[in-house]
Design a protein around this ligand. Structure first.
Ligand SMILES: C[S@@+](CC[C@H](N)C(=O)[O-])C[C@H]1O[C@@H](n2cnc3c(N)ncnc32)[C@H](O)[C@@H]1O
Length: 240
């Protein structure tokens, strides 16, 4: 399937770095940049538009854009501006103020590499919690099955070992949970998601698939080990 077309709002150093992290994931159509100095310095690899009106004039409408990726500080102001120009809310994404920024940046790099190498396979997250990482895994792999593994009730007592560091602190933190439905509502492509609700590894329920990308993030020794034992032999060559 064709890559999703994106415009990047902001052609400064952050924008240039973002391009390098996502150029295999998306079809980058160009930048929007208000500052003429930055616009001129941005180089000629990608088109650089003064504003969305100029882009729309040049492309006769929205130019088939799927998303506008923002890296600016004032995202709310930007969103208002775009919506006033008739760009729908769901097309304007804030990639600056994301959940756990460093982890997000790492996932961008890994997803980009998997696309660059054309590694086939599904994607998965073990330990989804509120879905704030899973939604970007889904965004960066739009055409792949995305498995979402979680109890959606926090830790299971079978995994609790009070002798392990930080266990009581973690138990307290995971008191409040989101539902699988709430998580699915956040996804960009919910139709590609398969919710595997319940205790891992029981929730595998005989699942057989091959994977390109798996994020294991369930805090405790037992489910992390079970995750490695299940996923590692099913990871395709070049997968991460
Ligand atoms: C650190 S949170 C996940 C955070 C999420 N990956 C993110 O980036 O926002 C850990 C999650 O692992 C889940 N979890 C822990 N043990 C599990 C098990 N044995 N089976 C399924 N889910 C488990 C918990 O319910 C919790 O939601």
């Amino acid at each position: 399937m064709d890559k999703r077309k994106v415009l990047i709002h902001g052609a400064d150093t952050r924008g240039q770095k973002l391009v390098k992290r996502i150029n295999s994931i998306f079809d980058i159509v160009g930048f929007i940049e208000r500052d003429p100095g930055i616009r001129n310095a941005a180089g000629s690899e990608y088109a650089c538009y003064r504003d969305i009106s100029e882009f729309m004039r040049d492309t006769d409408g929205e130019g088939g854009i799927d998303f506008i990726l923002s890296i600016v500080e004032d995202f709310n102001g930007l969103q208002r501006e775009y919506m006033n120009k008739g760009i729908p809310f769901h097309k304007i994404l804030d990639l600056r103020h994301v959940h756990q920024y460093e982890k997000h940046i790492l996932h961008q790099c890994l997803a980009n590499e998997i696309h660059r190498r054309n590694v086939p396979g599904s994607v998965a997250e073990l330990g989804v919690d509120f879905g704030d990482t899973a939604k970007y895994i889904n965004l960066y792999f739009p055409d792949r099955t995305c498995y979402l593994f979680d109890t959606f009730r926090g830790f299971d007592k079978r995994d609790i070992d009070p002798t392990q560091a930080r266990t009581s602190e973690l138990l307290e933190y995971y008191d409040v949970r989101s539902t699988a439905g709430d998580v699915l509502d956040k996804m960009f492509y919910p139709e590609k998601c398969v919710v595997k609700e319940g205790y891992f590894p029981e929730s595998l329920d005989g699942l057989e698939d091959r994977f390109a990308f798996v994020h294991i993030d369930c805090d405790l020794y037992k489910p992390i080990t079970a995750g490695l034992e299940y996923f590692y032999p099913r990871l395709n060559y070049g997968g991460l």
